[in-house]
Each structure stands twice: as structure tokens, then as C-alpha cells.
Ligand binder design. Structure first.
Ligand SMILES: Nc1ncnc2c1ncn2[C@@H]1O[C@H](COP(=O)(O)OP(=O)(O)OP(=O)(O)O)[C@@H](O)[C@H]1O
Ligand SMILES: [Mg+2]
Length: 280
């Protein structure tokens, strides 16, 4: 009797494990689907630039105009190559795992994919990228996190607004803080503890750009950040906006190979108020 009970429990555990694996796979595909949607638009944009400048070059025979056209075509071509490389990297999940990474470059590459979308929704970007040590991260995974945070922020400001992205070195903990702050709708205090739950969403479905609504974004972000021995924290005030802070290890911190230090959550200087909820 007891034996059959523990066999049953073992079987259920196995099933849960298998379902978890399937969920992780589904989350990856969702993120990839979003990325492909975004990049197809962006890629089309670049192709239009190339076609239009090629036409101009064919029409105008003078050297200065042609040189300008070649310049524009060259730049657009480079941009197209960067875009496809990003998608291919993510599709193959080609990541070499966690490695020293320039976060500024990673953010710029991610913003490249969202440029058109941010313009369309009249979002202005405020970037603050001082010189900081390299982070020890899986670039593809952190890019997925960033995409979700940036798209969430954009969706919180349906009539446009300001989105601030900031990097800083927390010297005390030797961690890199990556802050994504919007000045949008904010999250009511009673909902804040639920936002990292799988399938928790307040969106009725994908928006006009086909984004959002599964409620897996932040739970995926939390899983990825935990796998990096980092933390994800949020502060929000209704009507004022929301700030997400990612704390990621520097190369020196990660290679010191000591157990991750658990530091109590304290307030982030300059954050937008209200209680802070940690995704961990
Ligand atoms: N920047 C933000 N401002 C306001 N609310 C937010 C913000 N970020 C997240 N939320 C709230 O948290 C919920 C969960 O976010 P999450 O990214 O996990 O899912 P989602 O965006 O609804 O769907 P998806 O899985 O497609 O990302 C959102 O539905 C929204 O209510
Ligand atoms: Mg989301």
C-alpha cells in the first residue's frame, strides 16, 4: 500500500518535471516568436531604405548623389546583417553559456530591434550607460529578459512617454544594475506580488503589434535571472510608473566562485516609490 503510494508520488514528480521542461521550451518559443515578429517589420524597413536609395542611385548619375546612395545602402545592409544575426543566435540558442559581456552593446543591439516599434508608439528613450565592468551573463537569455521588460514598459504607456534605461556598477556587491524605468500606468500594490507568477496577465491578449498577454514574460525573466545568481526587483506607483532593476554579476564576482551572497532587498535610489517586490 505504502509502496504504491510512493511510486505514485515519484510518477507525479516525474510528470511535473517533464511539464516544467515543456513550459521552458514553450517560453523560449514565445520569446522567439515575438522577436521574429519584431524583426520582420524592422527588416522590411531596412529593405525599403536599400531599394529607395538604389533607385535614387540609378536615376542620378552624378558622383556625389551616387556616393551618398552607396553610403546609405552600405549602412542599411550592415543593419540588416546585425538584425538577422540576433535572430539566428536566439533561434539556435547558440549561446556559449555565461561569458564576459558588454551590457551596453547588448542593450543597443536589443533597442535596434525595437526602434520601429518605439517610434510608432512615440516612446522616447533616455539612456545612461557609464563605463562599468563587464557582466558575466548569457547574452541571448538576458536579451530575452530585456525584450520583455521593454515591451511591458512600452505597453504601460499606450499614449507614448519616456522610457529610461540605466546601467550602473554596485561596487559594494560587485553587481551590475540594469534599470528599465517607465513613466506609465504603474502597478497597484495588491497586484505587485503576483506579476512574476506564470500566466499572470492583466492584458486581454496580444496588442496591435502582436505583443503581450500570455503572462509568461516576467516568470521567464525571473527564471533566467535566478540561473545567473542575480536578482530582479520592481518598484511601482500607480499613475507614475514602474522601475525594474536587474542585478547581474560582474566577471570578477562570478569567477570568485564563492556562494552567491544573499543581500536583503533595500530601496533602489531614485526609484519611483511604493513597496519593492523581489522576483526571488
Ligand atoms: N512596466 C509595467 N507597467 C505596468 N504593468 C506591468 C509592467 N510590467 C508588467 N506589468 C504587469 O505584470 C503583468 C505580467 O507581465 P508579464 O510580462 O509576465 O506578462 P504579459 O506582458 O502580460 O504577457 P507576456 O507573457 O506576453 O509578456 C502584466 O500583464 C502587467 O499587468
Ligand atoms: Mg510581458
Amino acid at each position: 500500500m505504502e509502496d504504491s503510494g510512493s511510486a505514485e508520488i515519484a510518477k507525479l514528480r516525474e510528470q511535473i518535471e517533464s511539464l516544467k521542461q515543456q513550459l521552458v521550451q514553450a517560453q523560449r518559443l514565445t520569446a522567439l516568436g515575438e522577436l521574429v515578429g519584431t524583426t520582420t517589420h524592422e527588416f522590411n524597413n531596412v529593405l525599403m531604405t536599400i531599394i529607395n536609395y538604389a533607385k535614387m542611385g540609378i536615376r542620378h548619375k552624378d558622383a556625389p548623389t551616387r556616393n551618398k546612395c552607396f553610403d546609405k545602402i552600405f549602412n542599411a545592409g550592415n543593419r540588416a546583417a546585425k538584425i538577422t544575426n540576433t535572430v539566428l543566435g536566439m533561434a539556435r540558442n547558440r549561446s556559449a553559456g555565461q561569458e564576459p559581456t558588454d551590457l551596453k552593446l547588448l542593450i543597443e543591439n536589443t533597442l535596434l530591434l525595437l526602434e520601429r516599434e518605439m517610434n510608432k508608439y512615440r516612446i522616447t528613450l533616455d539612456k545612461s550607460f557609464p563605463e562599468i565592468p563587464q557582466a558575466f551573463i548569457d547574452g541571448n537569455q538576458i536579451q530575452q529578459v530585456l525584450l520583455n521588460l521593454l515591451i511591458n514598459a512600452r505597453q504601460a504607456m499606450p499614449r507614448g512617454g519616456r522610457l529610461a534605461i540605466k546601467l550602473r556598477h554596485d561596487a559594494e556587491e560587485d553587481m551590475i544594475d540594469l534599470i528599465v524605468r517607465d513613466y506609465g500606468a504603474g502597478i497597484p500594490a495588491e497586484k505587485l506580488p503576483r506579476i512574476f507568477d506564470s500566466f499572470y496577465t492583466t492584458k486581454s491578449g496580444p496588442d496591435a503589434s502582436g505583443k503581450g498577454g500570455t503572462g509568461l514574460g516576467l516568470s521567464m525573466c525571473r527564471d533566467i535571472i535566478e540561473a545567473h545568481h542575480g536578482r530582479i526587483q520592481v518598484q511601482s506607483t500607480v499613475g507614475k510608473g514602474t522601475a525594474f532593476t536587474l542585478k547581474l554579476p560582474t566577471v570578477t564576482k562570478a569567477t570568485r566562485k564563492c556562494a552567491p551572497v544573499v543581500v536583503p532587498v533595500t530601496s533602489v535610489p531614485g526609484a519611483v516609490g511604493q513597496p519593492m517586490v523581489s522576483g526571488k
